[in-house]
Design a protein around this ligand. Structure first.
Ligand SMILES: Nc1ncnc2c1ncn2[C@@H]1O[C@H](COP(=O)(O)OP(=O)(O)OP(=O)(O)O)[C@@H](O)[C@H]1O
Ligand SMILES: [Mg+2]
Length: 364
């Protein structure tokens, strides 16, 4: 609406309403608190306050007229916010700001202030018009949400500590089981039974490694496969006492849900144990290469340059085979075993990525 439209509207309503000025009627009846101040008078006093403003602040009209607005401020009003208002007034600029104000009875409220200078056609400053709104409820809701969030964060921290403690205890119990297996196996004379107990020992130790990692990980619900691979390969090759087996890792950090960590760890344990047991049997030296990649799926490739799979393939009825099949099914993973170019064996594990996330970190 241009100025001409406004004066036309004013003329028309004056004819309809007689002497009642429609604009002042609106300002008097609106729920929006408004004041006008006169910067040409000493200390920029209020020259008009509408009833909504008086209701919001609890003052009578005669108590506010002729006074500078600063009587609304109190000890907890932010001095920086007040300075911004003062600066806007000095520069004859508009400002929008929330201020903590005080009512006549001393109670506080948050005031969303919209202050505008009004200039005459000549450019000279005439007065300031300020519309305001009590936004205390909004601040209360924000504070409530912050308190609720802090309580949730604390509850989550307690839960995380508890789960970490449980992982720690599970790891300790698994180490105790491992120690018992070692002691018991020392009393077994039959080499085959003893070797089979040693396999069980390694599986228990792989579980213990998972729980050590879960205990150390920041998140209790996510699990980094790359970290586990580093630990596992270090543990297994270290325990084999072989210094003629090199390890090459090309790992991208892939995070999977913690509940899948045990199955994946056991599966990787079987693959790596097979390499140590079969590919580099005797004193055959070699290299184990493990690569983790992720696109639509997670791909874990474990390759050795050992003796290669026997011509007739892996025995289908071994415990290792059936364990690997069960674990792969649990993970929804596919397992492929192929001959590697260097005459060794390549095992490719492909599993759905789900909501796992990748961080581009390459390990040496
Ligand atoms: N990386 C490998 N290199 C060479 N041969 C392998 C490799 N992995 C597996 N094999 C062969 O496949 C066979 C089957 O492996 P599998 O893990 O099923 O049984 P296992 O290791 O012999 O016994 P276990 O039940 O203790 O695992 C092995 O006996 C071995 O001949
Ligand atoms: Mg095996």
């Amino acid at each position: 609406m241009g100025n001409g439209d406004v004066s036309h509207f004013a003329d028309r309503t004056r004819t309809e309403f007689g002497e009642i000025d429609p604009f002042s009627a609106i300002i008097r009846t609106t729920q929006l608190p408004m004041i006008v101040t006169d910067p040409r008078r000493h200390d920029n006093p209020i020259v008009f306050a509408n009833p909504a403003f008086l209701r919001m602040t609890g003052y009578e009209r005669f108590e506010v007229t002729g006074r500078n607005c600063r009587f609304l401020q109190g000890p907890d009003t932010c001095p920086k916010a007040v300075a911004r208002v003062r600066e806007a007034i000095r520069a004859e600029r508009a400002v929008e700001i929330d201020l903590l104000n005080y009512r006549k009875d001393g109670t506080t409220f948050y005031n969303a202030l919209h202050l505008n200078p009004v200039h005459a056609k000549t450019g000279e400053l005439q007065f300031f018009f300020a519309a305001q709104l009590d936004v205390t409820e909004r601040y209360r809701l924000v504070r409530e949400r912050e308190t609720a969030n802090a309580a949730l964060r604390e509850a989550l921290a307690v839960k995380t500590t508890l789960i970490h403690e449980i992982d720690h205890r599970v790891k300790n119990n698994l180490q105790m089981i491992a120690a018992m297996i070692v002691l018991q196996s020392q009393r077994i004379a039959d080499p085959a039974t003893r070797a089979s107990m040693m396999d069980t020992l390694q599986r228990v130790e792989a579980l213990s490694t998972v729980h050590r990692r879960l205990h150390q990980s920041e998140s209790v619900s996510r699990y980094d496969v790359a970290d586990f691979v580093r630990d596992l390969i270090g543990d297994l090759v270290g325990a084999s006492g072989r210094d003629d087996i090199a390890v090459r890792l090309d790992l991208v950090a892939v995070v999977i849900p913690a509940e899948k960590s045990v199955a994946l760890a056991l599966l990787l344990n079987e693959i790596v144990t097979n390499i140590l047991k079969h590919a580099f049997a005797g004193d055959r030296p070699g290299t184990i290469a493990i690569r983790i990649a992720r696109d639509d799926e997670i791909r874990i490739v474990v390759e050795d340059d050992g003796v290669g799979m026997p011509e007739d393939g892996a025995a289908k009825d071994s415990f290792g085979q059936s364990l690997m099949r069960t674990l792969a099914r649990q993970l929804g993973a596919r397992l492929a075993v192929e001959r590697a170019s260097n005459s060794g064996t390549r095992v490719i594990l492909t599993m759905p990525a789900e909501a796992s996330t990748t961080v581009s970190v390459r390990s040496p």
